[in-house]
Design a protein around this ligand. Structure first.
Ligand code: FAD
Length: 480
């Protein structure tokens, strides 16, 4: 007989993943509870996308106004730039509050019950809730969605105090501006904060353990972007060295070691250290063992319908979405996964297509990508016996970019030479984060360069960089 459940759906974690799942379910008539132990909105709203983009908006304006050479090329001569750190921080803080309130209200309006406290799994259809006041409750639901997100990863040897050695969790508060900051890690978070700190006058040293700076980016893109975003900003970037020991204080002491033999190479003394070495899933306290789920370094294994896997087999009523699943850890991925999970709960048969999910780094200028990396595409081409097509389209050939005096940029397009299908794209240049969407849509629809190249683009716009790439690709198809 059908058991009596308190809710149709319980969602654990109110970040973007949990928010979208809960709202979507409530709007489709399910009774929904969402459990959150910290602030509503999760990482993105409180400690991630939202405040970091507010800081980057400010740094972009400072950068533009402070670049006298750039302005004078337009015949503009501005007074020296002055900025107030406190106001920049306040803008970010206020934005966080507004978005958090809007999001909470939207959940309430759609009828979602918000439960404040810590949730853990007590069976595939039961959740133990430790309320903020310490009271324990057991609640049941037909389905459970886990959306507990991720936290900053701090490598061994690095000690944080939140004040002189900190992660993005604290950096977003911009409480003080160090004269000299070392950023450990050159992924997108490290790069975005380097953009902010250099614009605000800090000296930046960047430490990357892998062989090259910006290791997660396409090599060509990293080369051209790095010339501007790293060398152009006088960032002292060191790749292939390990920050093996970091001790907070005044000054902060950093030991740099050889990655391979751990031999001490150098000691640095700086005012502050930002640890931007990736993120780890928040799953340790969830009691997943009780339902037989074995995590992979903390990540919850799922299939493409978001069902949690036990020994490779999907469970019926337990779902996981967002950063805790380790798939393209971005806010819009989490949200998309949340919607897909609920659609499946509602009986629709949906899977997620990770290949068409774009990613962006909001430096000035921006970097973006969708689909396959070149190495991945090469492997795919070899396995499937076709030739990989690669074309490059430059912003310096684009009228709009030239008019803006922002012609530093490159788009690299990867496509199948046998049938013209777009496999991926990587863009560095003005508004790259917005530009990538056009290619993402093409990847989602498995479109081919022949049909894309005849679509008319507005002139003059940056989107013509993409049109040129498609046209070059068609020319390559004709040649082969
Ligand atoms: P989270 O947002 O981490 O939310 C999980 C929530 O679950 C948290 O609120 C947590 O308190 C709660 N929780 C955890 N365990 C429990 C429990 N047991 N009981 C109750 N509650 C629990 N992404 C982008 O797409 N674009 C960007 O520009 C971008 N910029 C970023 C900048 C920075 C500095 C950082 C750190 C991240 C950025 N991201 C960005 C990534 C983005 O923030 C994450 O991908 C996104 O927040 C993941 O959403 P989520 O719902 O999976 O998890």
């Amino acid at each position: 007989s059908e058991a009596n459940f308190e809710f149709d759906l319980i969602v654990i974690g109110a970040g973007y993943g949990g928010f979208d799942a809960a709202k979507h379910a409530a709007e489709h008539g399910l009774s929904v509870a969402i459990i959150e132990s910290r602030e509503m909105g999760g990482t993105c709203v409180n400690r991630g996308c939202v405040p970091s983009k507010a800081l980057l908006a400010a740094s972009g304006k400072v950068r533009e106004l402070a670049d006298a050479e750039h302005l004078s090329s337009f015949g503009i001569h501005a007074a020296p730039v002055r900025f107030e750190r406190r106001k920049i921080a306040e803008h970010a803080n206020q934005l966080v509050k507004n978005i958090r309130n809007n999001l909470t209200k939207a959940l309430e309006r759609s009828g979602v019950k918000i439960l404040r406290g810590y949730g853990r799994i007590e069976g595939t259809q039961k959740v133990g809730l430790r309320e903020s006041n310490g009271v324990d409750r057991l609640i049941s639901a037909k389905d459970i969605v886990i959306a507990t997100g991720s936290d900053p990863f701090v490598p061994p040897g690095i000690e944080t105090d939140g004040r002189t050695v900190f992660t993005s969790d604290e950096a977003i508060n911009l409480e003080w501006l160090p004269r000299w900051i070392a950023i450990i890690g050159s992924g997108y978070i490290g790069l975005e904060f380097a953009d902010v700190y250099t614009a605000l006058g800090c000296e930046v040293t960047m430490i990357e353990a892998l062989e090259r700076v910006m290791p997660t980016f396409d090599t060509d893109i990293a080369k051209i972007a790095g010339r501007n975003l790293i060398q152009g900003r006088d960032i002292d970037a060191r790749a292939g060295v390990l920050a093996s020991k970091v001790s907070p204080g005044c000054p902060v002491k950093i030991e740099l070691s050889d990655v391979k033999n751990r031999e001490l190479l150098e000691e640095l003394e700086v005012d502050a250290v930002l640890v931007a070495t990736g993120r780890v899933p928040t799953s340790a306290g969830l009691n997943l063992e009780s339902v037989g789920v074995k995590t992979n370094r903390g990540y919850i294994p799922i299939d493409d319908s978001m069902r949690v896997l036990v020994d490779g087999k999907p469970l019926k009523n337990l779902w996981a979405v967002g950063d805790v699943t380790g798939k393209l850890m971005l806010a819009h991925t989490a949200a998309a996964q949340g919607t897909v999970a609920v659609d499946n709960i509602l009986g629709k048969n949906r899977e997620i297509d990770y290949r068409s999910i774009p990613a962006a780094t909001f430096t000035h200028p921006e970097i973006s990508s969708v689909g396959m990396a070149e190495s991945e595409a090469k492997e795919f081409a070899e396995k499937n016996n076709f030739e990989l097509g690669i074309v490059r389209s430059y912003f310096k050939a684009n009228s709009k970019a030239l008019a803006e005096l922002e012609s530093d940029g490159l788009m690299k397009l990867l496509f199948r030479k046998d049938n013209g299908e777009v496999l991926g794209a990587h863009i560095y240049g003005l508004h790259a984060a917005d530009l990538i969407q056009e290619v993402a849509n093409a990847v989602a629809r498995r479109q081919k360069v022949n049909e894309l190249a005849i679509e008319v683009h507005t002139h003059p716009t940056l989107s013509e960089v993409i049109e040129v790439a498609y046209k070059q690709a068609v020319a390559q198809l004709k040649q082969s």
